[in-house]
Structure formats: C-alpha cells, structure tokens
Design a protein around this ligand. Structure first.
Ligand SMILES: NC(=O)c1ccc[n+]([C@@H]2O[C@H](COP(=O)([O-])OP(=O)(O)OC[C@H]3O[C@@H](n4cnc5c(N)ncnc54)[C@H](OP(=O)(O)O)[C@@H]3O)[C@@H](O)[C@H]2O)c1
Length: 202
C-alpha cells in the first residue's frame, strides 16, 4: 500500500518505519525535505508530494498544525486519512474541543478524504511494539466508510495490534477521551509508557 506520513516525529516515524518493514511503500511528507538526514532509506518529500503519491495519508502532526498540514497536502478526494492526532491542551490537562465534538470530526470537516480515527489512544513506543507477552494491544478505530476501515484495520494488524472497530466517526470523542486516560496514567499516575489497553472477549 502507498502510505504518506505527514509529520515525521515520534508517531509518524514509528508508524512509517513499521509499515516500511512490512513492505509498504512509505513516503514521509515534511515541511523541509532538504533538512532531512540524507542517509535515510525512506522517501522524504514535501507534504504535497507524499500525499498525492499515496492512497493512505497519516496525519501525525501536533493539533495546532492540523489545518495547515491538510492544506499543504492538497486535494485528498478518494484517499483515506488516518487521524492519529489528539486535540490536546498545551499543558496536557485535557482536550481542547467543545463538549460533544471531536478532533476527528474537525479533521473530516477539513478534507474530502475518508477519515478514520486511529493510533491516538496509545503512546508511540506501543506503535513500535504492541506485543505484551504474546498478547496484542488493542487499537480502537472509528470512521464512516467500511472499505476505509477494512484497509485501516489491516494496517494496524500489520504493526501487531488487535484492531477493534469502535463505530462511526462521531465516536471519535470516545477515542480522544481514551487517549486522555492513557496520557493521565502514563504521565500523572506514574505508569510510564510501557502499558497498553487490551479488550478482553469471551
Ligand atoms: N507522542 C505520542 O505517543 C502520541 C500518541 C498518540 C497520538 N499522538 C498525537 O500524534 C500527533 C503527533 O505527535 P508526536 O508526538 O509524533 O509529535 P512530534 O514528535 O512533535 O512530531 C510532530 C511532527 O509534525 C511535524 N509538523 C508540525 N507542523 C507541521 C505542519 N504544519 N506540516 C507538516 N508537518 C508538521 C513536525 O515537523 P517539523 O520538524 O517540521 O516541526 C514533526 O515532525 C499529535 O497530535 C499527538 O497528540 C501522539
């Protein structure tokens, strides 16, 4: 699959290198490709070039940069946008969205792509390795297009996650609240980054 990663930071570079290892064709879209280490083996191009050459576009930028990043990506009609962002307040004390709304829906209002909310509910070290003693960490996702969600679940599975469909995109606020729980446990309750949510079934 041709995948553009917009934002080559903690989340973007972890997801991108994981998929590249699985044989996907990954291009990082960055603001200044010339500044990037020339030794890298993965494509590093402009945001527009990466997005336009790909079928799946991963949004992995800080929340205040979302609008600019999507504008820089150009027309994304017919593509899938995986929204990994969290609309966090700068001090990480909570979400910066009005009650009843979500970052995922805001992202969808800014693009004509099919948006799937995913990869926002856990820390990036779990994206590098979601295996806990043979059990796979759960990766919740939500969106309105069944084909986009099928492809998304496959990509999460490639990284080793147990993908779980959490319903339509209007449920994105639930995933963003779950992200707040993960962040609170990790940073304020002393659990660190080596834990993950897992849904048990019987
Ligand atoms: N960190 C986590 O564990 C984690 C987990 C789940 C979700 N998230 C969410 O994922 C997003 C990224 O988090 P992160 O920790 O990966 O952040 P990060 O390490 O700070 O990386 C952000 C990246 O976005 C790029 N960027 C900033 N503004 C941009 C723009 N206008 N256009 C294109 N690229 C731009 C930055 O590139 P420059 O070098 O050009 O500044 C940087 O590479 C955030 O929304 C965060 O809430 C984070």
């Amino acid at each position: 699959m041709k995948i553009a990663i917009i934002g080559a930071g903690n989340v973007g570079s972890t997801l991108g290198s994981g998929w590249a290892r699985h044989g996907h064709d990954v291009a990082f879209g960055v603001r200044n490709p010339k500044k990037t280490d020339s030794a890298t083996t993965t494509k590093v191009v402009t945001v527009m070039e990466a997005a336009q050459m790909s079928d799946v576009v991963v949004l992995a930028v800080p929340w205040p940069a979302v609008q600019d990043a999507l504008l820089s990506a150009g027309d994304l009609t017919g593509k899938i946008v995986l929204d990994a962002t969290n609309p966090l307040r700068a001090d990480l004390s909570g979400l910066d969205t009005p009650p009843g709304t979500s970052g995922g829906e805001k992202v969808a209002s800014l693009t004509s792509a099919q948006v799937v909310k995913i990869f926002n509910t856990t820390g990036y070290p779990n994206m590098a390795n979601p295996d806990y003693h043979g059990e796979r960490a759960t990766m919740f996702y939500c969106g309105d297009d069944s084909n986009a969600k099928r492809i998304t679940a496959g990509l999460a599975g490639d990284l080793g996650f147990d993908p779980v469909d959490a319903g339509p995109l209007r449920h994105a606020h639930l995933l963003e609240e779950l992200a707040m729980l993960w962040i609170t446990l990790a940073l304020r309750q002393g659990y660190g980054v080596n834990f993950a949510f897992r849904m048990m079934r019987r």
